[in-house]
Design a protein around this ligand. Structure first.
Ligand SMILES: [Zn+2]
Length: 269
């Protein structure tokens, strides 16, 4: 694909930062603004066109700009390929060292991601592929934002794609649901809380990860129900996450931030 470098007018392409079966992502610079961007090279097929359409719908439904869904800056068709330029990000939640996440960082990522799902929900957009690799993370600001809308669809439409490990059971059997993003969100939270390892089977996240507050663990558990109707709708997930983030406290012994009844990650009390 290197022969396609420098063919995206208006963008200076630097090194590759990520690669999947369907795309290559490069660090780039927007020559008009001199600001960094992430540019992605994908096939110019229905999959690529869908991704652009979903980004545009989300932008229309959030007139001051989505904050927790990566903004689409530009797009360009080059024969069988299509370039898309997105806001720059440093990494995804899959590539950060999640074993070193603090409780506050985990909760901030949780509320940011839930807000991103609300920004999509306003546009009737349902992402069936919510997973750590599709959530971008900006190291400087700590902001998390959803990244890849290639498997997003409109509410009621048949699922177009997913990742086995993170997708809700109804999506695996190609049945639409509006709460499938909540399931992917919950699986991503488990992945992060377990430091990227397989969480195995457990009743509540707080039983396996003592610094996770019980109320947060209950919300994650509700979102990973196999019955789609038992999960909270996307807006309710966001409202509950906001409440949980507000309920943070200082550890009485060492002053570190902790949540609800979670064990202090700093001093163990
Ligand atoms: Zn403490």
């Amino acid at each position: 694909m290197s022969s396609f470098l420098e063919r995206f007018p208006g963008f200076k392409i630097h090194e590759e930062i990520a690669r999947t079966k369907l795309s290559v992502v490069y660090r780039a610079e927007d020559e008009r603004t001199n600001r960094p961007a992430a540019v992605k090279l994908i096939d110019n097929d229905h999959h690529g066109r869908r991704e652009i359409e979903m980004h545009r719908r989300v932008a229309q439904a959030n007139p001051s700009g989505p904050v927790h869904v990566m903004r689409l800056l530009d797009t360009y068709v080059d024969g069988d390929y299509r370039w898309i330029a997105l806001e720059y990000f440093d990494s995804t939640l899959e590539s950060i060292d999640s074993s070193r996440l603090t409780p506050l960082a985990l909760m901030s990522i949780g509320v940011d991601s839930a807000k991103g799902l609300v920004e999509m929900y306003r546009a009737d957009v349902i992402d069936d592929d919510v997973k750590p690799g599709n959530i971008a993370f900006k190291a400087g600001s700590g902001r998390a934002a959803h990244l890849d809308l290639g498997c997003a669809r409109l509410a009621g439409e048949v699922p177009v794609g997913f990742t086995q490990e993170f997708a809700a059971p109804e999506i695996l059997s190609r049945k639409p649901s509006d709460t499938s993003p909540c399931y992917g969100w919950a699986r991503s939270m488990e992945y992060l809380a377990f430091g990227g390892r397989d969480p195995g089977s457990h009743h509540l996240l707080s039983e396996a990860v003592p610094w996770v507050g019980r109320d947060f663990a209950r919300l994650v558990n509700e979102c990973r129900q196999t019955n789609q109707n038992r999960r909270p709708p996307v807006p309710a997930l966001y409202e509950q996450m906001k409440q949980l983030v507000r309920s943070r406290r200082r550890c009485r012994r060492c002053n570190a931030i902790a949540f609800d009844d979670g064990v202090c990650v700093n001093c163990g009390t």
